[in-house]
Design a protein around this ligand. Structure first.
Ligand code: GLN
Length: 563
């Protein structure tokens, strides 16, 4: 029988519940257990695909083409569990299903209500992950206890806890224990209130995980246990991590979190083996190289808008044992000469995905710097499209070349809407989404990086490389390094005579893991290290420029909890 863990959050949002769930998943897998992870989001959007990255951060795309919450990215990076469409359930999706059933007449004349119809639908969604091949399902309830909109989800898991029984359902509450600088004190009251609130709803958490800035002393842990009615040995702390988010599983394991979970759920399993994970953490802690790369994008001011990109860059660093400092540059600012200089001083340039015309000329300028100054470059989705435009304009002499997304009247639409997209007007879930095959051309950087002839990568786009542009592109030194197996869709382009220049129509960042960096990110960081060491074909970046970049306040990808 599949057992269930329900994780709720208290006091404030952005506690890192997704990371904690992913870490618990990792710990259970390290004991040989087969797990699934799932996130319940209390908002009314059917999925986050229609939300602005400023609102919601990155939209994470699954293998089966669902547009989901970015926490699913953590789940996939930390564990080997299958992450599919079923793993993200929103209020919108639940109501959509219930209303469709009502219209079909499935409720046989009944009044359709939040309890039991909405809660039943939530329970069905949770139990849909049960299978003889799954030992434990971890369900994260988005939002904070006390929010009006999360009530139906909490009621549903309360009912499930009751129905499944205490050996099959476990409630974990993640809470904030703040440190008040002015009085130099740690405060337990918000946690008492939040657990109290849960108990009013009928949920009694058996495990309490306290997010904290500073270590919590034993007597405060006692107090938390007493006031929250949680046994002392089941109260844990999760201080902010210094080096990398990938340390969280180890931090929880040291305190025995996984042992507590298997005891409470009466699971017999083998002892935990985290040796491979520990070796990876050692590599993160002891880099032998350091490089500076820039991400030039439209949403760089939002912490989480390119979450998987920043993580994949960090993974590329781990694979090369390098510390990667990521300089985020707002695409619109590239027009300034100072910013262009800063870009030219980097060891690598990355242009990530995006939508709409704003900032697109800046991305094109950044790509020109990468091409002309022979700086390693990785373009993702719109980053690839901007390269096609840059190359068309500057190398092929096609003035005003553009994507029809940015300029519908361009005389040279080198990027244009996919024929299948032309008749689609609804916005939600209608792009080319999910995993598609890509055949790689021999002798290309991509073929070398992947060491494969055929790969599968995830997509999220409406526009594509226009085949009418292929001939001119190749004639002038562009390389079609990857295409759909029928040869119709260009998926990867490169630049001949450049040390490392790869631009892809898909999103490789979604498939990168800390212990298995995506080959293109590993290749990109590898090329950046080479440039740092030897310069571009001898004439690398100038020392003053490099020093200026070093002085720059740079954040390190994947370092902080919200990096
Ligand atoms: N806006 C582009 C398209 O729809 C690229 C999308 C992206 O970067 N994810 O094709």
């Amino acid at each position: 029988m599949t057992k269930h863990i329900f994780v709720t959050g208290g006091v404030v949002s952005s506690l890192g519940k997704g990371l904690t769930c992913a870490s618990i998943g990792r710990l259970l897998e390290s004991r040989g257990l087969r797990i699934r992870l799932q996130k319940m989001d209390p908002y009314i959007n059917v999925d986050p695909g229609t939300m602005s990255p400023y609102q919601h951060g990155e939209v994470y795309v699954t293998e089966d083409g669902a547009e989901t919450d970015l926490d699913l990215g953590h789940y996939e990076r930390f564990t080997s569990s299958a992450i599919t469409r079923e793993c993200n359930v929103t209020t919108g999706r639940v109501y959509d299903t219930v209303i469709k059933k009502e219209r079909r007449g499935d409720y046989l004349g009944k009044t359709v209500q939040v309890i039991p119809h909405i809660t039943d639908e939530i329970k069905r969604a949770i139990l849909s992950l049960d299978s003889p091949l799954v030992d434990v399902v971890i369900t994260e309830i988005g939002g904070t206890v006390g929010d009006i909109e999360s009530l139906p989800f909490l009621e549903a898991i309360r009912q499930l806890g009751f129905e499944l029984g205490s050996a099959n359902a476990l409630f974990i509450h993640l809470t904030l224990v703040p440190f008040l600088r002015a009085s130099g004190e740690i405060k337990t009251k918000p946690t008492q209130h939040s657990v109290g609130r849960l108990r009013e709803i009928g949920i009694i958490p058996q495990i309490l995980i306290c997010r904290t800035e500073v270590a919590i002393e034993p007597d405060t842990m006692e107090k938390l246990a007493l006031f929250s009615n949680v046994r002392r040995e089941y109260v844990f702390q999760e201080p902010d991590v210094e080096t990398s988010i990938y340390e969280v599983p180890l931090m929880l394991a040291e305190q025995g979190v996984d042992g507590a979970i298997v005891d409470l759920l009466k699971i017999s399993c083998r002892a935990s083996d985290l040796s491979a994970w520990k070796i990876m953490i050692e590599a993160i802690r002891n880099p032998t190289d350091q490089v500076d790369v820039t991400v030039v994008g439209k949403y760089v001011n939002h912490q989480d808008a390119y979450k998987s990109v920043y993580e994949a860059i960090a993974h590329g660093g781990i694979a090369n044992r390098a510390r990667v400092r990521v300089h985020r540059i707002e695409a619109q600012e590239v027009e300034s000469e100072a910013v262009q200089k800063r870009i030219a001083s980097m060891d690598g340039i990355l242009v990530p995905g995006g939508f709409g015309a704003r900032g697109m000329e800046g991305k094109i300028q950044a790509i020109r710097i990468a091409r002309e100054q022979r700086i390693p470059f990785l373009g993702l989705c719109v980053g690839m499209q901007c390269f096609a435009i840059e190359f068309a304009r500057d190398v092929c002499g096609l003035e005003r070349a553009n994507s029809t997304e940015f300029d519908p009247d361009t005389p040279h639409p080198v990027i244009s809407i996919m024929p299948q997209q032309e008749s689609i007007f609804e916005k939600g879930g209608t792009m080319r989404l999910g995993s598609y095959p890509c055949a790689l051309a021999e002798g290309t950087l991509s073929h070398k990086a992947y060491e494969a002839d055929l790969v599968y990568e995830r997509h999220r786009h409406r526009y594509e490389f226009d085949n009418r542009f292929r001939e001119a592109f190749v004639r002038q030194g562009g390389v079609i390094a990857g295409a759909s197996p029928d040869g119709k869709l260009v998926e990867i382009v490169e630049l001949s005579g450049h040390p490392w220049f790869v631009a892809v129509q898909f999103h490789p960042e979604f498939k990168s893991k800390p212990d298995r960096a995506h080959p293109l990110f590993a290749g990109f960081i590898g090329a950046a290290i080479k440039r740092r060491r030897h310069g571009a074909a001898g004439g690398g970046r100038s020392a003053p420029a490099a020093e200026a970049a070093d002085r720059e306040s740079a954040d390190r990808a994947g370092a902080g909890r919200n990096a």
